[in-house]
Structures are given as C-alpha cells and as structure tokens.
Design a protein around this ligand. Structure first.
Ligand code: COA
Length: 217
C-alpha cells in the first residue's frame, strides 16, 4: 500500500482520515500541520512537521490537504507546489460515495460518505463534497469548491472556484454560482448568483458582498 500524508489535524482532517482508512487504498504515514507542534497526536496519527517535511521523506507517494476552508486549502496547496512541483495530490473517495459513469473527479478532491456525483459531471481539483451532498448530471464544479453536508444541485449547474454551498442548500438545474460566492445554509438558488457574494434565503438573494478569502466557517 502506498504511503501518503494528510495536511491538517482538525475536525475536517478527522473525517478525511476516516474516508482514507475506509477506502483502504493508501496508508497514512502521518499528518502535516504548520500550527501544531511536531508529535501532536490527532485521530491516532502524529504531526510530522509542516509542508517542508515533504522534502525529507522519499517514501511518500502523495498528499491530501484536509483543510475545510477553501481559501486556506488553496494556500497550502500552493505552498506545497512551490516546495515540490511534482507532488501528487490524491483523491479520497468514501466507499459509500457514488461516482456515476462519465463523471471526473479532480486531484486532491474528497468525497465523503453518501456523496453523489452524477453522470458526466466534472468536479475540479481540491474540492470537498461533504456528507450526503450531491451534484447531479452534466454539472461542472471548478477548483476549491465545497458542497457542505446535504447540499444538492439539479443537473447542468456550474459552480465556479472558491464557492461554498452551505449545509442543506439547493440549486435548481442549470444555474451558475459565480466565483468566491457563499450560498448560505438552507438556501434555494433559482437563478444565477454573482461572484464575491453571500446569498441565502428562498429564493436565494445576495445579502452582501465578500472578499476573496473572507472566513465563512
Ligand atoms: C451564509 C453565512 C455564511 C452568513 O454568515 P454572516 O453573513 O456572517 O451572517 P450572520 O451570522 O452575521 O447573520 C446575519 C443575519 O442573517 C441571518 N442569516 C444568516 N445565515 C442565514 C441563512 N443561511 N439563511 C437565512 N438567514 C440567515 C441571521 O439570522 C442574521 O439575521 P438577523 O440580523 O435578523 O439576526 C452563514 O449563516 C451560513 O449559512 N454558514 C454556513 C455554515 C455551514 O454550512 N456549515 C457547515 C460547513 S461543513
């Protein structure tokens, strides 16, 4: 079994670790985290160092960045790429997730228990499809998108990079959510939502603008 590292040691990382263990494809050699002392134990694994550690271990096949916030996850991915451009970012797909025929899952993306990616849908890199979220047929998620638990889309939607569709929110078929937008918990999106916005309600309306990287969790 090939060895991998998990970047992150928080709540989201715990769930990603569980997905990797259940999938049984990779062995987790340890965790990386810039904010926790070396040796910290998280969910049975030790923190080995920060991203610079990837230079000191030639036996590592790949890594997954298990940081829930889209912007912070991207920062870590970019930092790792700067240190080791050839680094492999693995995907983590729970055995109870479903990926339909024709669907494509980008590198570094995680599908948690019950996630569904339906026919011919393309999921970008470093996305998070959280517990029981679903993206229906012929849709497209760009990179660094999060679908929170129970978020769902109809077919033919487009969700641009750095968007979050919060817990229980729904998108009807064929709508677009433009980049860096957060759709709030429980919202129902019936038409396109502009970029750099926070929108919620039924039907979802933009309630304010947001900056790239603004915290939402
Ligand atoms: C959309 C969201 C980011 C908005 O955060 P925010 O702009 O900081 O909003 P606030 O918490 O300051 O609330 C402002 C007002 O909007 C209301 N509000 C916030 N989110 C709402 C939502 N999703 N639907 C309806 N009303 C909402 C609040 O009740 C509050 O109303 P009030 O002024 O009458 O008291 C946040 O509410 C949300 O939905 N987060 C998603 C969390 C999630 O999915 N977590 C799981 C991650 S795995």
């Amino acid at each position: 079994m090939k060895s991998i590292l998990v970047y992150g040691a928080g709540g989201h990382a715990k769930v990603v670790i569980d997905v990797i263990e259940k999938a049984g494809i990779y062995r987790i050699a340890g965790l990386l985290d810039g904010n926790k002392p070396v040796g910290t134990n998280a969910y049975g694994y030790s923190v080995l160092g920060d991203e610079s550690y990837i230079h000191s271990d030639d036996n590592i096949h790949g890594i997954i960045v298990a940081i829930g916030d889209n912007w912070l996850r991207a920062k870590i991915v970019h930092a790792i790429r700067a240190i080791k451009p050839e680094c492999v970012f693995i995907t983590a797909i729970h055995p109870q997730a479903t990926v339909a025929r024709g669907a494509v899952i980008g590198e570094g993306t995680v599908l948690m228990a019950g996630a569904v990616v339906n026919s011919d849908t393309i999921i970008g890199s470093h996305c998070v499809l959280n517990t029981i979220s679903s993206v229906d047929h012929d849709s497209r998620l760009d990179d660094y998108v999060t679908m929170a638990p129970h978020a769902a889309t109809g077919g033919g939607v487009r969700i641009e990079s750095y968007c979050t569709i919060s817990i229980g929110a729904s998108l009807i078929h064929s709508v677009t959510v433009h980049e860096h937008t957060v759709i709030g918990a429980g919202a129902t999106v019936l038409s396109a939502i502009e970029s750099y916005s926070v929108a919620y309600g039924t039907p979802a309306r933009v309630v304010r603008k947001r900056e790239a990287g603004e915290r939402y969790l």
